[in-house]
Ligand binder design. Sequence first.
Ligand code: NI
Length: 468
Amino acid sequence: MTARFRLAAAVTATTVALTACSAPFSHSHVRPSPFTTHAPARVHVSTGAPSEDTNVAPLTVAAEHLHNESSWNAPRYTVQWPDFADAAGLSSALEDTVTRWKKNFVDASHSDSDSGQDADLSVVWEPVVNAAPLRGIRLTNHTTEAEVVTTTETVYGTTDETWHSIDLVAPTRRAALIDAVRRAAQQDAHVSTGSDVDAAKVFEDVTFDRTGTMIIRIPAGAIGPASAGLLTAEVSNPETYLSAAGRHVRDVAMKDAGHTTAPGSASPITPAETHTDCAKAKCIALTFDDGPGVATESILDTLQRTHAKATFFMLGPAVQAAPDTVRRMANLGMALGDHSWTHPQFPNLSNDQVTSEITRQADAVEKVTGQRPVAVRPPFGAFTSTTPHAGFPFVLWNVDTEDWKNRNADATTKRALDGAQRGAIVLMHDIRPSTAKALPGIIASLQHDGYTLVTIGDLIPTMKTDGA
Ligand code: NI
């Protein structure tokens, strides 16, 4: 109620200001007017998401700053986000959004007995501006109940300042911009909009393309009926609507657009000759899912020191963000695996969506290392007889350390060693510090018992195809 009242008042004030601005007698009372020096803003609204502008330099983050929380318990979720050592405000803003989305999803799923095992939440991130010290990060929320619903938020930050998308629009101009967007929604997209509009919801994802056009992704239901879905407003010449922060972000985004992607494509890595004949050797395969993440480098240190091999089933955004860690894996002769982009449950997706989840990750691995992944591990081990494989073998596990749940080095060690047998595939996660802590003991014990620690690639020739 309060929000609606405030908005109505703001609209009136804005109208007055505009009238004053165009009246010849009041020119001396207004600031140097952008109206006289800039082409007028134009707003166009269309349904659906904007065409992707991917001309942003890749943003690399040390693996130890890549976070991933997931739960196999219903309702299942996986949330990925980065932190930045030199931008505490941006880091905590990202974590706040992720935490809020996670809580909303879990609370909603608990109160709705119809949703359960199949609901899932996947949160991924991408840079929209990457020109240190200014970075802009979009978080994307894919929630699946009956269908996949996508919402996004973009946050900007420098070393000492943080802006949510709404901060890019001048507070005194938000109501006028919402008005212009509502008119354009009606005219361009034939979406009728209500008057009860929450500015905070409309301006959750504001970005700029290389020409300086402001692009607003408006979530379903924020200005029109939810059935109209996501709307995209493009504001050309947005000058008059921008705050000082907005102008700064726009200027940097336009300069940043000069970057083309691929900072020196990686020369292909030829891994050290590591083939082990598992028909002869007593092989066991350790596998690490969901990284690269906070524990990956420490795990690689241990594997390197003990001359052990392992397989990493990685998520696309983390591969893209931590290419040095992925190249280190390849150089050490570790096998690179595909664990999708957003970590969804494949049975919730269309075949095209599954294929895209797999191939987008595989392309990222190839771009960084010159190698294609050796296999796919479907997130949560979930797939059906009709799930497409995109040309890769699906590899599950037969020893589950439950390290994601116990988060305890002793419990993880016990489950790994209790389940160990020739040919076993052990499931662990390189996003858990407790797993990194358990690893030296697990490897010492296995090697003492005569096991050779190999990659999935070594084990595949001895594996039987199971079911589909
Ligand atoms: Ni996983």
